[in-house]
Design a protein around this ligand. Sequence first.
Ligand code: MN
Length: 317
Amino acid sequence: MSNLEQDPRETECGGFTGVTTEPVNELLTGRDVVLGGPRGMKVTRTLPNRDVRMVGAWCFLDHYGPEKTTMRVPAHPHTGLQTVSWLVTGEVLHRDCLGSEQLIRPGQLNLMTAGRAISHSEESPRDAGLHGVQLWVALPSAHRLVEPHFEHHPALPSLTGPGFTATVFMGELGGVVSPARTYSPLTGAEVSLPEGAEALIPLRPDFEYALLVLSGTARAEGTDLAPGPLLHLGTGRSGLTLRAGGPARLLLLGGEPFEERIVMWWNFVGRDHEEIVHFRREWMTGDTFGTVPGTAGDRLPAPELPGIPLKPRGRRR
Ligand code: MN
């Protein structure tokens, strides 16, 4: 998906400064964003957050639905990141400038590595039930300019234990490794708990983690959770205790704290303001980003850049 904001802020994040070196239980409130005008789809954006900008290399998290809606995102560019599409209900058709055309359904992963430059479009059937998350993973400098590529994973491995099943779609959890290509140590998993279940999810003390409820309710390390906010868990944990209210589905994100500082603006991840200016110019007037077949030239123009680049900021305010 895309950042469709008309006036996106430039956000600098990453770097070890300010990464908690111990467990925390911090509820991060998201903000509601409407994608695609007044009749567009409403999402709750919890990353980047005012207080915590990244969790590992995860730098963007939109949660949408469940509702009857239509996702229609015209062709738009990305750089320096991977987009991770994960659905709870519904289906979305992805197209990109590499010629990929892939329908994604719940339990499947669409992973697009933008690398140096890619463009894509997404659409869902009109007024159908839709519920899912759109995530971005920042690429480390050694790989951020890789050739763009697209992966679809129709089946993913699971970690099971007393009271839970976790589908691992990115990185690793409890020794179960996703086949999806990653460029930094990560965890991306959907944890399912039956009603009333109690579970202990294995974590790595060197990773930082965050937890989002997709459906149902749960208690995580003493904090009651419902769909909405993101629970930042910090680092230094070897396990996560969960108790489901009703049946619950949770999104668990984690990773090694991201060492580099990055600049995010609109749909680009770069390293400084000048690079963002260059990416924007290429999208508007160049041919670096290619064209998405089947979109009849329907492409999203980039918003105006802010007049003055924002001062560098750390990953936490
Ligand atoms: Mn996108």
